[in-house]
Write a protein that binds this ligand. Structure first.
Ligand SMILES: Nc1nc2c(ncn2[C@@H]2O[C@H](COP(=O)(O)OP(=O)(O)OP(=O)(O)O)[C@@H](O)[C@H]2O)c(=O)[nH]1
Ligand SMILES: [Mg+2]
Length: 350
């Protein structure tokens, strides 16, 4: 799976204008009739909901749209170069980098079939017919087509989900995902069974909720330990983070600390709604061991659930709470985006 790609994009060059004169039998003084060149094609990036990563783009270092054709005699306009359309998954963020290494956000393709024009094709040149004036009725000049825009593009896929399950390896993330959604991830009793983010759809009252599981995080993930922390990019745009801990671990409290630290070392996600979930309470040794953990977690400012993803204990309560929090987070986001719309109130003129 490929979630990041960098390459150059180039709009097509405009076709050159043409120098030509009308020469026909019995038509004296035919005059200039060179047509304009066609415009170069644009490079457009579009979000295709059928894609999950950027692997289809291969390793190409440059994408160029077609050039416009040159103009012809008889005022024939050159044809326009075809646009080049690059398809990417929904959730792709597009940046450009200039020669001073400064990165600017160009577009964020959050919904299906959004389009971003990333490099415009050059305009076609003018044919000599355009240059005819009363003084110069037989111009021998035509202009050249303009070059297309050139840009360095960085694509980054950050999945847009409602709920994202994060946790140490083997804590039961895949088991929980398969219990609450239609996803069928591989489940096994060893760490790093899941090596890629997995999406599932959880049926809700009014709509399906998108739930993701990302590969397990270990201490030192920010240094590349385990599978590293790269997958946390897919947790950045979730509405609710579910921290899933293994209740049979001898150090549940420390496990939460490690997880929190690794996430903080990746990026500040402290503003996100969170739920702490301790899993595997069906195992006979777990409930007794959890007494101290419960005391400690009672002080947390976030909801805590003790569940068994296998037996289903407290899973329904957890999903209800998660859906409620997704709803709240969506309303909060909407308020913020509304507040960001500037309202200009012109002063009444006197
Ligand atoms: N007893 C019990 N076992 C569980 C529970 N949830 C998961 N397991 C077991 O724990 C092991 C790991 O489960 P997974 O769902 O693969 O865990 P994961 O967090 O996705 O693991 P990775 O993808 O490897 O990080 C499997 O053997 C599961 O059967 C639970 O609630 N109770
Ligand atoms: Mg897994």
């Amino acid at each position: 799976m490929v979630y990041k790609r960098e390459f150059m994009v180039r709009g097509g060059c405009g076709g050159d204008g043409c120098v030509s004169f009308r020469r026909e039998k019995h038509v004296p003084f035919g005059g200039p009739d060179g047509g304009d060149g066609g415009g170069g094609g644009n490079v457009i990036i579009t979000s295709d909901p059928n894609l999950v990563d950027l692997s289809l783009l291969g390793r190409r270092k440059e994408f160029a749209a077609e050039n416009g054709r040159r103009g012809g005699g008889g005022r024939k306009r050159g044809s326009k170069g075809e646009d080049l359309v690059i398809s990417v998954p929904v959730g792709t963020v597009i940046f450009t980098r200039n020669k001073w290494e400064e990165e600017t956000l160009l577009a964020d393709l959050r919904t299906a079939w959004q389009e971003a024009l990333v490099a415009k094709g050059g305009r076609g040149g003018l044919g000599n017919a355009r240059f005819a004036t009363a003084v110069n009725q037989a111009p021998e000049i035509a202009s050249k087509g303009e070059p297309g825009e050139k840009r360095y593009i960085i694509l980054e896929v950050k999945l847009i989900t409602d709920i994202c399950i994060v946790g140490p390896p083997n804590s039961g993330k895949s088991t929980l995902l398969s219990a609450i959604s239609r996803a069928k991830p591989e489940i096994a009793d060893y760490p790093f069974t899941t090596r890629q983010p997995i999406l599932g759809f959880m049926p809700g009252d009014r709509r399906d909720f998108i739930v993701a599981e990302i590969p397990g995080l270990v201490e030192g993930a920010h240094l590349g330990k385990g599978l590293g922390n790269d997958f946390l990019r897919h947790a950045e745009r979730t509405k609710v983070l579910v921290y899933l801990l293994d209740g049979s671990s001898p150090s549940v409290v420390d496990d939460l600390g490690t997880l929190d630290k690794e996430i903080a070392l990746y990026k500040d996600l402290s503003h996100k709604a969170k739920i702490v979930v301790v899993n595997k309470v069906d195992l006979p040794e777990v409930p007794a061991r959890l007494l101290a953990v419960k005391q400690c977690f009672a002080k947390l400012a976030v909801p805590v659930f003790y569940i068994s993803a296998v037996s289903g204990q407290a899973v329904l309560e957890l999903t209800r709470k998660a859906m409620e929090m997704v709803g709240q987070a969506s309303r909060d986001e909407e308020m913020i985006s509304r507040a960001q719309i500037a309202v200009f109130r012109p002063k009444p003129s006197r």
